[in-house]
Design a protein around this ligand. Structure first.
Ligand code: MCA
Ligand code: AMP
Length: 486
């Protein structure tokens, strides 16, 4: 197999590779900076990366990959409990961080390497850019992803899956070294890191990261040479909201080659508002941490609102009913769980053979838990999700059980249940149903939000708290979430 980043091997050019705010690196500079990281982490096994939205994160991850090691990207807003779990589960040999970044206590026990992302280094100073061949089945990333219950699981993503998914997207989107991608996604998940950073680098193109998403940044970059935009539906919702009063944004979007949404369903209303204001249709692609990308609306296909397009090259996709029978109909109404097979899939959940086994059928199909229909021309429409205890908020997957456990650790909470409610901005918002330990002095809403944000992560905090005298339970004592007052 070719190296993950052909543009970094041989004779890297002075073409732009990465830009974060005012700071940027050419391919030659990136080869030197990431090569230097590679030289220091070679043989390290798993390497934690303090994944702030910065040049250092991109250089650090590329360096780890050049060295043939595996990167474990950490959300820099992780709370104590979540971070503790990820560190004990993944047992990284060391941590990479930007110089001066303050790391929380559990990370201070690890050996730290500051990533020097300074430009202008001597290309030959790097020792790792042309590292020897690494087996494509070797882990490249361990990305933590929430399930319905318990702490997040580490999805082990091999190098083969990254190369496969990025090349399939290149085919679907005619994505080349001429493309300049703009986005403001976090770098500790697949969307922002694999598609948004490793994607442009595999093509030999470039990425401009906004630091944090806002419509002004999108306007600025798309008006000055950027060709593609990646975002979650919340970002496109905010764009749709801003468009009526922002003709410059409309013009910038109209000039883009490709606008791509993913991580959750893009509401048809937002899709149509953007199309009406810009004349451009957003294309959707469907993926998962465990599978990377499965389907996409192709650049040469019809960008139909409400669909995630067709299976990518190399991806086998089928719909399966609850009784295991395969749904063959392409009729836009026969519903089944999406199961996928192909070289885009992860290897396993780290240290969780039980969960890995449960995720696959006997004949090797991965059960996504997403429920869909297929149109006569094969376009996939996602219509729901099997597990009600998984919430997608702002494009983040969040397990209800994880938040319930955190809430129950608050002394003023006796019982807790967590659900997702429709939200125009976030897709779904997290709602906590709480039975206070003392009904006379229930915990304040903000206190519970801070408690969850501090233990898990801010995006997992409840946006609404509702107080009850008791949770509805069945005869077995199990909480009946469907019986919660709507
Ligand atoms: C507010 N904040 C708090 C609290 N309240 N912090 C601590 N404690 C509190 N009680 C902070 C937040 O941390 C945040 O800080 C700021 O206040 C605003 O919070 P919030 O409203 O939650 O954030 P937002 O700005 O509205 O976020 C919307 C967003 C975000 C930007 C769209 O949801 C986002 O980045 N989503 C992307 C998710 C993603 O990449 N998913 C990919 C996984 P600050 O402003 O400093 O941050 S899915 C995937 O990878 C698969 C493969 C796929 O298909 O793509
Ligand atoms: P994650 O586990 O965080 O990687 O999230 C993966 C999940 O995001 C999938 O199982 C889907 O439920 C959802 N998802 C990703 N892309 C889309 C999309 N374009 N439309 C609907 N849901 C999506």
């Amino acid at each position: 197999m070719t190296p993950l980043f052909p543009a970094l091997s041989d004779d890297p050019s002075s073409r732009p590779a990465l830009r974060f705010g005012e700071r940027s690196l050419t391919y030659a500079e990136l080869a030197a900076a990431a090569g230097a990281v590679a030289g220091r982490v070679r043989g390290a096994g798993r390497v934690a990366v303090w994944a702030t939205p910065s040049l250092e994160t991109a250089v650090g991850v590329v360096g780890v990959l050049l060295a043939g090691a595996a990167a474990v990207p950490l959300n820099p807003k992780s709370g104590d409990k979540e971070l503790g779990h990820i560190l004990s589960d993944s047992a990284p040999a060391l941590v990479l961080a930007a110089p001066g970044a303050e790391l929380p206590a559990p990370l201070r026990r690890l050996r730290r390497i500051d990533v020097d992302a300074g430009s202008g280094s001597d290309v030959r100073g790097g020792t790792g850019a042309s590292a020897g061949a690494v087996d494509e089945e070797e882990p490249a990333l361990v990305v933590y992803t929430s399930g319905t219950t318990g702490p997040p699981k580490g999805a082990v993503i091999p190098r083969r899956a990254i190369a496969t998914t990025l090349d399939a997207l290149a085919d679907a989107w005619q994505w080349t070294e001429q493309d300049v991608l703009v986005h403001g996604l976090p770098l500790f998940h697949v969307h922002g890191l694999v598609l948004g950073v490793l994607g442009p680098l595999r093509r030999g193109g470039s990425v401009r990261h906004l630091g944090r998403f806002d419509t002004q940044g999108v306007t600025r970059e798309l008006s000055s040479g950027a060709t593609m935009l990646f975002g979650v539906p919340t970002m496109y919702h905010r764009i749709a909201e801003a468009l009526p009063a922002d003709p410059v944004l409309a013009k910038a979007l109209a000039g883009a080659r490709l606008l791509v949404s993913g991580s959750a369903a893009l509401p048809v209303h937002d899709h149509e508002r953007i199309a009406a204001a810009t004349g451009r249709r957003v294309v959707e692609r469907y993926g998962m941490t465990e599978t990377l990308m499965n389907t996409a609306v192709r650049a040469d296909g019809e960008a139909r609102a409400g669909t995630v397009g067709v299976p990518l090259p190399g991806v086998e996709l089928r719909l399966v009913e609850d009784d295991g029978s395969v749904v063959d109909a392409l009729d836009g109404e026969s519903v089944g769980e999406i199961q996928v097979r192909g070289p885009n899939l992860f290897t396993e959940y780290l240290n969780r053979p039980d969960a890995t086994a449960a995720a696959f059928t006997a004949d090797g199909w991965f059960r996504t838990g997403d429920v869909a229909v297929r149109d006569p021309d094969g376009y996939v429409r996602i219509v729901g999700r099997k597990a009600t205890d998984l919430i997608k908020s702002g494009g983040y997957k969040i397990g209800a059980g994880e938040i319930e456990n955190a809430l129950l650790e608050h002394p003023a909470v006796r019982e807790a249940a967590v659900t997702g409610e429709p939200d125009a901005d976030l897709g779904e918002r997290i709602v906590a149903w709480v039975v206070p330990a003392d009904p006379e002095s229930p915990p304040r809403e903000g206190e519970l939000a801070d408690h969850v944000a501090g233990r898990l992560a801010p995006h997992k905090r409840p946006r609404v708290v509702r107080y009850l005298d008791a949770l509805p339970r069945n005869d077995m004592g199990k909480i009946m979430k469907r019986a919660l007052p709507s």
